[in-house]
Ligand binder design. Structure first.
Ligand SMILES: C[S@@+](CC[C@H](N)C(=O)[O-])C[C@H]1O[C@@H](n2cnc3c(N)ncnc32)[C@H](O)[C@@H]1O
Length: 385
């Protein structure tokens, strides 16, 4: 097997279970792409990885003990991921990339159907080994691939979208605590459904009261809005994606619930609502897409969030609850607090921080991989003196 040698000092990353080394962190690299043993400068073994100089991260480390990257290895990883989710219902993230020991692979489970994303060159190259292991470990009815994310383009890989195993329905049936969404796979965002907000949606349902007004901004198929409506609240949903709003509308009619739907750009819709003297909302939820992909985009995105928060605060009832999420790694809790403080100052509102919430357990946050903490939600309450 070929080998790579980490530069002095950089070996610490791998010793501490970080699964990647950049090209400039290597003292010695092999001539060919493929599976490698990773060593320190003084020939101490660190792990087994995949070397590809065309990848953004030249070495992806898959195991920290010595052994092959064969079907048995992948079966162990998938088996461990399943064990950790044994208590969850069959709609969850089954494998969360490096946080589950497989950098570059995401698997979401929707009942019998799995949706996979292959995000790096190493997992693409090892596809013939991990795919049979995934089938054996999870026994799905079908597997759909949705590899069309930005990280794949950065790796120089083409998009891959479509069924790759078994029977895949055209419409994904997603169940969540009694809500059933029928989401056409070819129109869906990401892997089809935002499983990562499930626990926040549950919390909203506990907090919402009959007769309250709830504003679900960046609603996608309206997971928050429908739960609020189910509690007897008036719910309004805002999103720019007409297909997602169509799913929301059909789901609401099927359940006999009413959700007021506004299609358009969130900032524009909120500005219009605020100017039209719409009655205030007791709950305002802001769950934007991953707005920041690189640190240098932060100043622009923070300004956008302040522009979003200002009308949102004008629409917030006294003592109402404001929820602000970020699913972008670079937009952390400090930034969420900062933009909310700036907008609150502009609007003359006083808020208290009620809670900060993170990725749920089926999207694990590994201490050793800071990037695996990507979802943060700050819940504020208007707190007049
Ligand atoms: C993270 S998802 C929201 C997930 C949703 N809250 C849930 O619980 O399923 C972000 C949503 O923002 C929408 N979106 C993106 N840019 C937008 C914009 N400028 N205005 C309104 N919606 C937008 C996307 O269509 C997507 O549905």
């Amino acid at each position: 097997m070929q080998r790579v040698i980490a530069k002095a000092g950089k070996d610490k990353k791998v010793r501490n279970f970080y699964p990647g080394l950049f090209a400039d962190e290597l003292e010695e690299a092999p001539s060919e792409t493929g599976i490698v043993k990773v060593y320190t400068q003084d020939k101490h073994f660190l792990g087994i990885g995949y070397y590809d100089p065309k990848s953004r991260v030249a070495v992806r480390v898959y195991r920290f003990d010595d052994g092959p990257l064969d079907k048995k290895f992948f079966l162990q990883r998938f088996g461990r991921a399943r064990e950790k989710r044994a208590k969850l219902d069959p709609f969850h993230r089954l494998l969360h990339a490096e946080a589950d020991g497989l950098p570059g692979l995401v698997v979401d489970r929707f009942g019998g159907v799995l949706v996979v994303q292959v995000r790096n060159r190493a997992m693409e190259a090892l596809r013939e080994t991990w795919l049979p292991a995934l089938i054996e470990a999870a026994q799905p009815v079908g597997i759909y691939e949705r590899s069309d994310m930005d990280s794949r383009r950065q790796e120089g890989l083409p998009e891959k979208v479509g069924a790759i195993y078994g029977k895949v329905p055209q419409v994904l049936e997603v169940q969540e605590d009694g809500l059933v969404f029928s989401i056409p796979l070819d129109l869906a965002q990401k892997t089809g459904y935002y499983l990562d907000q499930r626990e926040n949606r549950r919390l909203l349902e506990q907090m919402a009261q009959p007769g309250q007004r709830v504003l679900d901004v960046y609603s996608y198929v309206g997971g928050f809005a429908l739960r609020a409506a189910r509690k007897g609240a008036y719910a309004m949903a805002v999103d720019k994606d007409l297909d997602a709003l169509g799913v929301l509308d059909r789901t609401a009619s099927r359940l006999g619930l009413r959700v007021d739907i506004r299609q358009g750009d969130a900032v524009e819709v909120l500005e219009r609502l605020a100017w039209s003297k719409t009655p205030p909302f007791q709950q305002v939820l802001l769950d934007p897409p991953a707005l920041v992909k690189k640190p240098d985009e932060l100043p622009r995105v923070k300004r956008l969030l302040v522009d979003l928060l200002r009308p949102a605060l004008r629409l917030l009832a006294p003592e109402g609850w404001l929820w602000l999420s970020s699913c972008a790694y670079y937009l952390g809790v400090d930034e969420l607090l900062e933009v909310t403080r700036r907008a609150a100052a502009d609007e003359g509102r006083r808020l208290r921080v009620h809670a900060i919430r993170y990725n749920p357990s089926d999207h694990p946050w590994s201490l050793h991989v800071p990037e695996s903490l990507y979802l943060k939600t700050a819940i504020f309450q208007d707190d007049p003196l």
